[in-house]
Design a protein around this ligand. Structure first.
Ligand code: BGC
Length: 383
């Protein structure tokens, strides 16, 4: 077996998003959760879950599972969480800024919240961890949702103004991710109609898709003026539709990889097939854009932590093989640092390197996190 050495300075870490970990948010999702928790719990009672999932607290049958509420209280405990990340050898971390905290009312900036995110960035930097900061990870301030969200062209201007405010105010960020998985959002919110605002319309789907493209391009131009880098995080599905539209408006490509069509016999707790080799194909395909690539998410729901160590090792192996064949990968961010609120599935899917006890807010490092740490420390992998 040969050994592949990652380049010096390769970024290793994990990712989160504001709504999934912070707690006490007030945005379009929090409103939606209150209205739909009952229905989601009822629907879950008609599905088949294995015993160990039904025994989780909260369980998928419990309404509380579908209310983000306090989440991981990461808003208050970020220093403790970054201490854990540091102890696990991480030198990079992706998190998102909650627009609804920064601009709770149209045009009114909340300086205290801007300072909060500056504190978050400083806490990372003090621990030698490079921040990768997402500006929009799917949630909208309620005033934006009320004006029609991304269906309304005005939201583009509002988003760009928010981008300007945040990127001009916050110091110490080199890598900005403007939008998280715009295709997944557009699909779930406007095509299948399963996520807020639950519209099913091809016309709206295209409108939102085009508005997100415009929003990214303008945000990219705004960020470029500060000298920082920006790109999007895209899911490997959707044939690079979004990427092709913005290819001249990005400094890097962020890729979120979970699965590859229906290949792979082994399944995660969410029944997603596991197929590490797919990341190799995806990365080789992305070579044509001639941009640095960051894996901005890759992970699985695995409450028993039985499959995560192999999952991480195998994916990193295939990333190394793609790099050997010329893919310009600069970092790997595992999803996620903590168990968290998995959108309309709620709390039961366990994606964390760190296990959460939602009653006590206690954090417990999973064995797989230590296995990942070994890879990080050797900065190499057997391929
Ligand atoms: C999203 C995350 C989500 C993860 C697992 C990604 O598509 O960006 O927010 O938790 O997938 O479903």
């Amino acid at each position: 077996m040969a050994k592949f050495d990652f380049p010096k300075g390769f970024y290793w870490g994990a990712a989160t998003s504001a709504h999934q970990v912070e707690g006490k948010n007030n945005n379009d999702w929090t409103e939606w959760e209150k209205e739909h928790a009952n229905r989601l719990a009822n629907e879950a009672s008609k599905k088949k879950f294995p015993e160990h999932i039904l025994n989780l607290n909260p369980s998928p049958l419990d309404q509380n599972n579908y209310i983000s509420g306090e989440a991981c209280d990461h808003y208050n405990r970020f220093r403790e969480d970054f201490d854990i990340a540091k102890s696990l050898g991480h030198n990079a971390h992706r998190f998102s800024i909650e627009w609804s905290r920064i601009e709770p009312t149209e045009g009114q900036w909340n300086q205290k919240e801007i300072q909060h995110y500056q504190d978050v960035i400083n806490a990372l930097r003090e621990r030698g961890i490079e921040p990768f900061v997402t500006l929009w990870h799917w949630t909208l301030p309620t005033w934006v949702a009320k004006q029609g969200g991304w269906e309304n062209k005005k939201t583009i201007d509002d988003f760009v103004r928010y981008t300007y405010k945040v990127t001009a105010s916050l110091q110490g960020v080199k890598y900005w991710i403007t939008l998280n998985e715009p295709e997944v959002y557009t699909g779930k919110s406007y095509f299948t109609g399963t996520w807020p605002p639950q519209k099913k319309s091809l016309i709206k789907f295209f409108k939102v898709f085009c508005n997100l493209i415009e929003a990214h391009k303008e945000a990219y131009t705004t960020i470029s003026k500060t000298g920082a880098f920006s790109g999007i995080s895209q899911n490997n599905f959707y044939f690079n539709l979004f990427l092709n539209k913005i290819s001249d408006y990005q400094n890097f490509i962020g890729i979120n990889y979970y699965k590859y069509w229906n290949l792979g016999r082994l399944k995660s707790d969410m029944n997603w097939p596991i197929y590490p080799k797919g990341i190799f194909h995806v990365l080789k395909d992305l070579k044509k854009y001639k941009k640095p690539i960051y894996i901005t998410e890759n992970g699985l729901a695995d409450a028993k932590d039985e499959k995560r160590s192999d999952f991480i090792r195998e994916h990193i192996k295939w990333i190394a093989r793609a790099m050997k064949e010329g893919a310009n990968v600069r970092g790997y961010l595992h999803w996620s640092l903590l168990d968290n609120f998995e959108w309309s599935d709620g709390f039961w899917p366990k994606f964390g390197l760190v296990e959460m006890n939602y009653n006590t807010m206690e954090r417990k490092i999973r064995q797989s996190a230590y296995e990942y740490k070994k890879i990080i420390e050797s900065n190499s992998i057997e391929i």
